[in-house]
Design a protein around this ligand. Structure first.
Ligand code: ARE
Ligand code: CA
Length: 482
């Protein structure tokens, strides 16, 4: 369950938060496939409660009404077509699976697929679930429970969301049927939402009943779904990430927290020389990593001061470090713009999602940020693909916030987060020649729109990153784009 089964040569997934299935299919064909992206985490595809009393917040999708595949993102037929078109473009689909709970209690009770529910009775006819399928008597997770009481974290309600009992055979069957239907339609794996709030033993039973990935969608025979479990573990809680790594991969929230700190100047970049498990991060093979996610970019979940698109310069620095460094399976966030933390995605007055528009410079409009279309980000995806499974070598630092390293003989990157210029003759580990910096520009024909780096026969080159340059890093690699 720890292999994403990307198409050959691909390494990175992007969370297209709240995108519509038709738009994702188009994005696979026009952008993600050609640019070498490996996969997409999609928003939950199953029916959710419509919450007009909060003006259709983004978080309504975390309140399941049934496992029918109808949401604001599209219906089942559109979902199937998206998975087919993306797999054909070499881009895998990973589903955000909400299997810990159903909805909270609300006055509104109609779902995106037209199902209703009786919250007082714990009755969800669209599945169907009834009172016996939930943990009982009901209790609510208090902040202090995280420190003391694993059974309350697992068996009580997270934010008042009705807590399914995965210990019962019927509940497991409904969940497994839902997930297997998605696998048969060609998805490559799952994010397990709120995994901390389910018993590892129950999850193991569920995972072991999942089908192999669908060979008609290009997966090798016998391939197991990729599973990454959302467990927020910053240390010091009664439930630990280590209870989940024997099952499948785990989201490593310390990763984005520490890199956000460092790239905001709260820690010198030179300390990143031993980035990885020595920082008390999970083993690399167990770890799904990101700078920000849909929760902590807006202050939900955990993690404090997380970099997002709103602090673009240090954010791009942290993303570049994530993609240049071999640790973990990286995930990019692709956001819609927001001012307040509840606001839903761009929508019309009926609540229909508005598609992103695509500008002539490849960026998005209509309220969508599309970080995955920022040059400094998508060209680092290509860098990571070229670097492959090489290790870091020839680390250099200035004892402060200027660092540089090679990835085998495939790529070289330098960062300058000091307030003075970086001008150094450094080992790039690349064959002699002229390279085009993929951060400040790109190659068009034989010319380079950004900085050019000339590598000598000894592999060394003069590397310059000014303190006031638009970006704090410079990256070159082998292959046609650089
Ligand atoms: C909404 C309203 C609530 C209301 C509830 C029920 O905001 O006021 O009571 O509905 O009607 C998201 C939003 C929630 C939202 C929910 C349902 O973030 O605000 O509630 O959707 O619509 C814990 C969990 C972790 C969880 C985070 C948010 O452990 O699993 O909280 N993250 C996932 C998703 C979220 C989603 C859910 C789970 C629910 O990524 O987007 O919620 O499906 C410590 C602990 C952490 C804990 C953290 C915050 O750090 O270590 O484990 O995270 O505190 O409590
Ligand atoms: Ca639970």
């Amino acid at each position: 369950y720890k292999n994403p089964h990307y198409a050959p040569g691909r390494t990175t997934m992007v969370h297209l938060f709240e995108w519509k299935w038709d738009d994702i299919a188009a994005e696979c064909e026009r952008w993600l496939g050609p640019r070498g992206f490996g996969g997409i985490q999609i928003s939950p595809p199953n029916e959710n409660l419509i919450i007009w009393s909060h003006n259709r917040p983004w978080w309504e999708r975390y309140q399941p009404m049934s496992y029918q595949l109808t949401t604001r993102s599209g219906n089942e037929q559109q979902f199937a077509s998206m998975v087919r078109r993306c797999n054909d473009a070499g881009v895998r689909i990973y589903v955000d699976a909400i299997i810990n709970h159903m909805t909270g209690t609300w006055n509104e009770n109609v779902g995106t697929g037209g199902n209703t529910a009786n919250f007082g009775q714990f009755n969800y006819p669209g599945v169907p679930f009834g009172r016996n399928d939930f943990n009982w008597p009901e209790c609510y997770i208090e902040p202090s429970d995280y420190g003391c009481c694993p059974e309350r974290v697992r068996n009580c309600q997270l934010s008042g969301l009705k807590d399914l009992n995965q210990g019962t055979e019927y509940v497991r069957q409904m969940i497994v049927t839902f997930m297997n239907r998605l696998i048969d339609m060609g998805v490559a794996g799952f994010r397990i939402d709120a995994a901390k709030h389910m018993w590892p033993g129950d999850l193991r039973i569920i995972y072991d009943r999942l089908h192999n990935l669908n060979t008609a969608h290009g997966f090798p025979s016998g391939a197991r779904p990729y599973i990454y479990q959302e467990v927020i573990d910053l240390g010091g809680e009664a439930v630990s990430r280590d209870e989940y790594t024997p099952l499948a991969a785990v989201t490593e929230f310390k990763f984005g927290m520490e890199l956000s700190r460092a790239f905001q100047g709260g820690n010198q970049l030179r300390w990143l020389a031993n980035w990885g498990p020595q920082w008390n991060l999970l083993a690399s093979a167990d770890s799904l990593v990101f700078i920000d996610n849909h929760d902590n970019q807006r202050g939900h979940g955990a993690g404090g001061n997380i970099l997002t698109y709103k602090q673009a310069r240090p954010y791009k620095g942290a993303i570049a470090f994530m993609l240049a460094h071999p640790y973990g399976e990286p995930q990019l966030m692709s956001s819609f713009g927001f001012q307040n933390t509840e606001a839903g995605p761009p929508m019309d007055s009926s609540g229909n999602l508005i598609s992103p528009s695509i500008n002539s410079d490849n960026t998005c409009g209509n309220g969508w940020i599309c970080e995955h279309r920022w040059r400094q980000i998508y060209q680092m995806v290509a860098f990571r693909n070229v670097a492959g499974n090489t290790n870091i070598n020839d680390w250099w630092d200035n004892g402060s916030n200027q660092i540089a390293f090679c990835r085998g003989g495939q790529g070289f990157i330098a960062f300058n987060n000091d307030s003075w210029d970086l001008n150094q003759n450094l080992q790039t580990c690349l064959p002699a020649g002229r390279y085009c910096d993929v951060i400040s520009g790109s190659k068009s024909g034989n010319s380079c729109t950004g900085k050019t780096v000339t590598v000598g026969n000894d592999g060394r080159a003069l590397i310059s990153v000014g303190a006031n340059d638009y970006d704090m890093m410079l990256a070159i690699h082998r292959g046609p784009e650089s």
